[in-house]
Design a protein around this ligand. Sequence first.
Ligand code: NAD
Length: 269
Amino acid sequence: MSGETPTDSTERHVGLIGYGAAGRACAALLLADPRYRLTVLTRSPPGEPLPDRLSVVASLDVLIAACPRIIVEAASAEAFASLVPACLRAGIDVVAASIGALQSQETGDAVVAACREGHSRLVLPSGAVGGLDYIAAAALAGDIAVTYTSRKPPAAWTAELTEAGLAEAARSEPVTLFEGSAPEAAKLYPRNLNAGLTVALAAGIDRTRVRVVADPSVSTNTHEIEVTGAAGDAYLRFANKPSPDNPKTSMITALSLASAVQKRLDPMQ
Ligand SMILES: NC(=O)c1ccc[n+]([C@@H]2O[C@H](COP(=O)([O-])OP(=O)(O)OC[C@H]3O[C@@H](n4cnc5c(N)ncnc54)[C@H](O)[C@@H]3O)[C@@H](O)[C@H]2O)c1
């Protein structure tokens, strides 16, 4: 091979389900590359003018009929359960943000059956965390034990802390709101515990404990992963910054979705 970077000018047509905080940011990242065009499924037309090379559709059938090479789901656990299997059955790979939806056995079974039927794959992006390659590899060496801890400022859990009578305590010390399995956590907090299930799917559900902590010492959403096993021990900590355009979402989520799409479409991974 010569010293030049190989070029690939093929058009890349990507579908997107959900045009909220993560979806918009992912779309902007992909569209920065002129090879990309997007077809977006939204529940209502966006209020603002749409970027070039982005069109909007109102039904899943129209999205699938447009034949994108890959679809990004960035909507919700409910949208994942009701829409993603049909995309996979149609033979289109899906990069899904709402991984917490897989806490439901029924949804997991529907995804596996749809992948078989469509010869397609569900891609689980690293999302708010990383190190999943290490965790999955370490799990092959035999028993590993993984603890995933979500630490957020108490303001992120105001309703839950108030309901538990712990709002005052959480002003001065960390308060553990939940400790248990990743599927339980994702069921209880469907919008917040995608990362716990992502880690558990890499390590094994039975080998992963999840903790949810309201912690006054952190100012940003923080994820900690502790791994012990035959291959060694690891401690990973991710302190995510909010997206500059939308403080409701972590910047890394959209970056992870866009990076997963690029990896799937790039000739070299
Ligand atoms: N994997 C991770 O680490 C990770 C991190 C952050 C967020 N998430 C998940 O990503 C998803 C998107 O997050 P967000 O912050 O962008 O949420 P958001 O609420 O800002 O945006 C979601 C958008 O999807 C739309 N939507 C919902 N159902 C739809 C449907 N059936 N068809 C079309 N559009 C639909 C909503 O109207 C909204 O515009 C959520 O499920 C969230 O839990 C995952």
